[in-house]
Design a protein around this ligand. Structure first.
Ligand SMILES: [Zn+2]
Length: 284
């Protein structure tokens, strides 16, 4: 039976520009609106409408820094206020990443795109928004191809399935895959993992989301797949340990905490891992 078409969702955007972008792209608002219309067409099958709700200015400390660093600067200085934060910067030589046209955080509402020709700009915007909605790089020729030269204007079928699962994503807090269809996501992410595609961090975040919903079995399946892809993924070992505790498997939990601590002696979760481990081993 065919699925009911989803009701349209308006996705609020907050546009943050630097001076180099505004100067290199005269009439940049019109330029941006045209690009968004092109992007909009690719998201039409999942009934998402992007709407610019706010604008802000921001200046990078050094425009030649890698995109990831620039994006953390934006994050630190401009609140996203429940919207997708779209940072637009002038084209500059970035020695660390000469071929990159933009960058986004996977499954999180932050992306950055630099100025280029209108078509390439629209294509990059679509690609980075795909990352925001939980799409990794995928082999083949479509929007989510790793190399810009391989990108086409359309999402492949499984990518559209992910977008149907994440189109309801709530951007107002920092929890991964909030308000998303987790089971639908799991099906596609596990299928990708089996083919050696996909991304361990997305599977780990999905595991965390399942655990938050109290579904430890699905959480364990996602974390197991993440760790099969990336055995030294410290954070995923920590989450796996907590899920094993939920499942009542103290032995597996202890081993997973041990594995986490062997990879990250002084990491974000190290203190918690050590005290959980001591509790499980029954020592004071
Ligand atoms: Zn990408």
């Amino acid at each position: 039976m065919a699925e009911e078409p989803p009701t349209r969702r308006i996705v609020p955007l907050k546009i943050v520009t630097d001076q180099a972008f505004r100067e290199s792209t005269p009439l940049w608002r019109g330029f941006l609106r045209r690009a968004l219309r092109q992007t909009q067409e690719q998201f039409d099958p999942v009934a998402l409408d992007f709407r610019i709700e706010e604008e802000a200015y921001w200046e990078p400390s050094d425009p030649s820094l890698p995109f990831s660093v620039l994006l953390s600067e934006v994050q630190a200085s401009v609140p996203n206020e429940g919207r997708i934060l779209v940072a637009l910067v002038g084209a500059t030589d970035r020695p660390a990443e000469p071929d990159l046209l933009g960058y986004a955080l996977l499954g999180r509402p932050y992306l950055i795109v630099e100025t280029h020709s209108a078509d390439l700009f629209a294509q990059t915007l679509t690609h980075e928004l795909g990352h925001v909605f939980g799409l990794p790089h995928l082999p083949g020729r479509h929007v989510m191809a790793n190399r810009a030269a391989d990108r086409t204007a359309e999402f492949d079928v499984l990518s559209l399935d992910v977008l149907l699962a994440t189109r309801t994503m709530d951007f107002s807090h920092n929890t991964p895959f909030s308000e998303c269809d987790l089971h639908r996501l799991k099906d596609v992410y596990l299928a990708w993992a089996e083919r050696g595609n996909g991304k361990a961090s997305l599977l780990s975040n999905l595991g965390v989301a399942f655990r938050r919903e109290g579904d430890a079995v699905s959480a364990a399946a996602c974390l197991k797949a993440a760790l099969a892809m990336e055995d030294e993924f410290a954070e995923a070992w920590f989450h796996m340990a907590r899920v094993q505790e939920d499942l009542g498997d103290e032995m597996a939990a202890t081993l997973a905490y041990e594995r986490y601590l062997s990879l990250e002696e002084a990491g974000r979760f190290s203190d918690r891992a050590r005290s959980s481990q001591q509790r499980l081993m029954g020592s004071p």
